[in-house]
Every structure is written in C-alpha cells, then in structure tokens.
Design a protein around this ligand. Structure first.
Ligand code: NOJ
Length: 537
C-alpha cells in the first residue's frame, strides 16, 4: 500500500448522467457545458473524479449506451471542444475525468454495423456475431436479451441472425476478431490523448461469448414469476468466458503506459467483482452488492466481510450505493419521513469502507425515485414491462438545484419530468442547513480525505451478530477510527464484542448531537439513525 494519494483509490468518484445534470442551452437535455458550470459545486462536494455516462454520438435508443461514433461527442451534449474545455477546467480543480466505454456492442447505426449488415462478404461481416438460423429456421440458440425477448434478430436481406445482448438496436461486437480488438484500443488511445484519466467499461464480462454458441442451461432454482426469460437461464455461455483474461491484460497494459490512470469494469456479481480486478486486470470491478442489500446491519456486515476477505491483495475494492440502472437508494431503503435520516446513515456506511466509493448524482441530496406515468416512460425495458417494472427513468430525472419550476436544471421542460419534491429537496435549500444530506456528504468526504485509516485502513467489526446497528474499526498502523451506525429510528445500546484499541474516544463526526456520552465499558449508545465517527482522544 503506497502512502501517496491516488485519486481513484483514496478519493471518491461521482457519477454524472449527463442528460440530467445541467442543461446549458435550454433544450431540456443536460450537456457538457452544463457540467462545466457546476464545477464549483463538484469541488465543494469534495469528490475526486467524475464519471460521465456516455457522451458520444448515438441515436439514443438506450440513451447513449448505443454508440454510433466512439470518437466524438453527440451534439446534444456539445462538441469535442466543449469536452476539452471540461477536461482542462476539471483538472485545474483537481477533478479527474472517467469516461464510460461501451464495447460489448455498438449502435445498429454505427458505420461498422451498417457495413457488416450490408452483405455476407463484407470485410466487416465478422465484426459482429452473425449466425445461420437454427434447424427449425428460428434463432441459432436459446440466448435471451437482457432487456426482454430473444437475443437474436433476423436480417432478411442476408438470411442470418445477429446477436444482441441488449436491444436489437445494440448489436454485439465479435471480440474474437483481432481488428475489433485493435480498433477498441485505438479508441482508448484517442481519449487518453485528450487527457482522460480513466474508463468505466460497460458490461465488461459480456465481451466474449462461447465459441460454439452452446445453449445456456436452465437456472438451477426455478425462479417462478421472474419477469425476464433471461433470468430463467444460467449464463454459462453468453458471458464471463475465459478469453476475457487476455483482453483485460491488454487494456491494463495500455493504461499503465502512463501513471495516474484507472479503470473500473461493470460486472454482474461479487464473484466477478473479485476476479476482474487486480494486477494485469482492471484497477477495480464494480461491487454492486449494496444495491441489493436490505436495510439490515447484519446483511451489510456480511457483504463487506465477504468482499473484503475475497478480494486479492493486488486488487482494490469499491462500493456502489446507487447508479443509473437501479432505484435511488433513498427509495430502496424506504422513502417517507425517515428517508433523509437513512440516506445519511447510508452515506456514512459507503464513505467509511475500505474501497473506492461511487456516488450517483443527486444521492447526495437524498433524491428519491420520481413517479412517472406510463406515457412519460422513455426507457425501453420500462415500456416493455410496465407496470410490473417501470424501467430506469425514475432514477434518472434531473438534478435538483433549486426550487424553480425546472429545478434550476433547465429553462425548458426537461427530457424527463423533475421530481415534484424539488421545491424542498434541492441544493440551495440544503446548502444552508448544516444537517442536510448534502452537508453530511461534504463532511464525510472531507473526513475521508483527511484520514488514512478511513481511506485504506483494515476493517474490523466489533459486534458478532449485529441486529440494530454496526460498529467497526478502520485501522492503519498509525491511526484508528471507530465507526458506529444506528440503522433505526430509536436510541440503541450496542454491545461491543471486540476490544477497542484506546480507552478514550472523541467524536469527529455525528449525524446527531455530538456532546452525549457514548462509550461505557463495552457498550456504546447511539441516538436514532445516528452515524458517528470517533478517534482516540
Ligand atoms: C449497462 C449500463 O449500465 C446500462 O445502462 C445499459 O443499458 C447496458 N449496460 C447496455 O449498455
């Protein structure tokens, strides 16, 4: 462990969904110049890097995750010059830039696919996954699309099917083709040369598919009632193939050509989160476990322990409490009168882990899902599965800056409706309230930055079977911090099973009042929904 401060290891990374952060030109869609206008805010928040969901030219079937040109900016977001200006201004404030790279698939309107589709003899035919129909004339195998329906689309002009893990407007690239691989590395070089500091790789575990295109077996448990046929299979052959190892090494070698760069891969589960990160692989792979963890201390402890014990010493952990694909954390853990109180405890949980925290825009305000009607839904899986699943628009609505009609996000009606609670939940209102969710994030991010124990100390849980709250120590050889979290709305007494390394402690952070006695022998008293951090006195 180096003591040097590394932005991606010691810092926090803030995810911006560019369509929804700040609109600078009044078209109702956020853009790069909007982000530039909000750099003061980002600096005051205390994050170290921003990850931008895709900004490239796209027909927007999947709102940018369907790219039609990897080396440009979509006009709705601005220009390459705007991008260069954003990089320069962010860097001047010590904020790094992470770009979202989608290489499992392109848009069906990408020139590569247009060529590939134009004929069986086209030199780019093999850049995508084309197969003859199965014996019955149907799809070549049983692979399903993540977004619903079959994973294969028939192309009458050439008499073959192409595979798409997501929408049929998102054909999968053929990673076995060396030209595809070489071209992808060129794309990375293009952005690195523009000063980008790191990449987030979309569904990195899906790049390779089984060479023999074997059928996936059915899922072991019979998950009756699950919406998608995709969930009723074991994904043995359409993802997480061994061939990925070489590609990870190739990408890592490219990134390692200059210091200070990083990468994070999107993967499906904890097992892959452990396997895809480390030396010769990516710097980090998303650990999404918290996204599915219920609001119970024991479950969070088990999740942290599993991961912490499983991850290789040469890999660096990371934690995610929200993103553009999942319900807002404040809604998941229970919207209503205590949603802010819980959001603050969740913030303390996230920002005191050994691992890089990823913060989704607006979570620092405690933003909740926006209830949208069927005709307001734009996300394709939401349209398909409504009302059982409403898609991902509810967690993608505009950032709430002010109480104005469009929340200070835009002067025009935004692409997705602003949450009506913006009249009270907004940055301006929270700036002046010392106990707001926003100021809680700021204080925690500041503490994390100042404390090596919080950044990379070991984690030791102090309660064997936690029921109401968690207590853990973060320790480096020279420093310790004690973190305790009350998950519920009543005062609790935590009984500590482990010994503390000091007898006297002083509170350095609390979401409640700081001047009450806390540690009596092996007992620790916490106020309702209190998150507290202490250091030896
Ligand atoms: C994962 C991304 O996070 C999601 O938003 C997107 O729809 C799919 N990959 C397809 O690119």
């Amino acid at each position: 462990m180096t003591s040097e401060y590394l932005w991606w290891r010691d810092g926090a990374i803030y995810q911006i969904y560019p369509r929804s952060f700040q609109d600078s030109n009044g078209d109702g869609v956020g853009d790069l110049n909007g982000i530039r206008q909000r750099l003061d805010y980002l600096e005051s928040l205390g994050i170290d890097a921003i990850w931008l969901s895709p900004i490239y030219p796209s027909p927007m079937y999947d709102f940018g995750y369907d790219i039609s040109d990897y080396e440009n900016v979509d006009p709705v977001f601005g220009t390459l010059d705007d991008f260069d200006a954003l990089v320069a201004e962010a860097h001047a404030r010590g904020i790094r830039i992470v770009l979202d790279m989608v290489f499992n698939h392109t848009s069906h309107l990408h020139p590569w696919f247009l060529e590939s589709r134009s004929g069986r003899d086209n030199p780019k035919r093999d850049w995508y996954l084309w197969r003859d129909p199965g014996p019955d004339g149907g799809p070549p195998n049983n692979w399903e699309s993540t977004f619903g329906g079959k994973g294969w689309e028939y192309d009458p002009a050439t008499g073959q099917y192409y595979y798409h893990q997501f929408l049929k407007e998102q054909p999968d690239l053929n990673w076995r083709n060396p030209d595809v691989r070489a071209r992808v590395l060129d794309v990375l070089r293009f952005w690195l040369a523009r000063g980008v500091d790191g990449f987030r790789f979309d569904v990195v575990m899906s790049f390779f598919k089984d060479e023999l295109f074997r059928d996936n077996p059915p899922a072991l448990k019979s998950p009756v009632g699950l919406l998608r046929a995709f969930d009723r299979q074991q994904h043995l052959y359409d993802r997480d193939r061994p061939e990925m190892t070489d590609v990870l090494a190739e990408i890592r070698a490219l990134l390692d050509e200059a210091p200070g760069r990083s990468s994070v891969g999107e993967v499906d589960d904890m097992d892959m989160a452990v396997r895809y990160a480390g030396s010769g692989r990516l710097h980090m792979a998303f650990n999404f476990d918290f996204l599915g963890t219920r609001w119970l201390p024991r479950l969070f402890m088990e999740s942290i322990r599993n991961y912490d014990e499983g991850i290789a010493p040469d890999a660096w952990p990371c934690y995610v409490l929200g993103n553009h694909d999942r319900d807002r954390l404040a809604s998941r853990f229970g919207a209503g009168p205590f949603s802010d109180a819980r959001a603050k405890v969740a913030a303390a949980l996230l920002l005191t882990q050994r691992g890089t925290p990823f913060v989704y825009y607006g979570d620092e305000l405690g933003m909740v899902n926006t209830a949208l009607s069927r005709d307001e839904i734009l996300d394709p899986p939401g349209k398909l599965y409504w009302p059982l699943y409403q898609g991902r628009d509810p967690e993608r609505t505009p950032m709430q800056w002010t109480d104005e009609p469009y929340a200070g996000f835009s002067v025009s009606p935004p692409w997705l409706r602003v949450n009506p609670d913006h009249t009270r939940r907004n940055v301006v209102a929270q700036e002046t309230d010392p106990s707001s969710v926003l100021n809680t994030y700021r204080a925690l991010l500041r503490l994390r930055r100042q404390s090596e124990a919080l950044r990379h100390g070991t984690v030791r849980f102090l309660i064997k079977r936690p029921v109401e709250g968690l207590a853990y120590l973060r320790e480096t050889p020279g420093q310790s911090r004690l973190v305790a979290l009350n998950f519920f709305g009543w005062a609790i007494d935590l009984k500590l099973d482990g010994a503390l390394p000091a007898n006297r402690w002083k509170v350095v952070f609390s979401t409640a009042t700081t001047d009450v006695p806390r540690i009596m022998g092996n007992r620790m008293r916490l106020q309702p929904f209190e998150a507290v951090i202490l250091e030896p006195a």
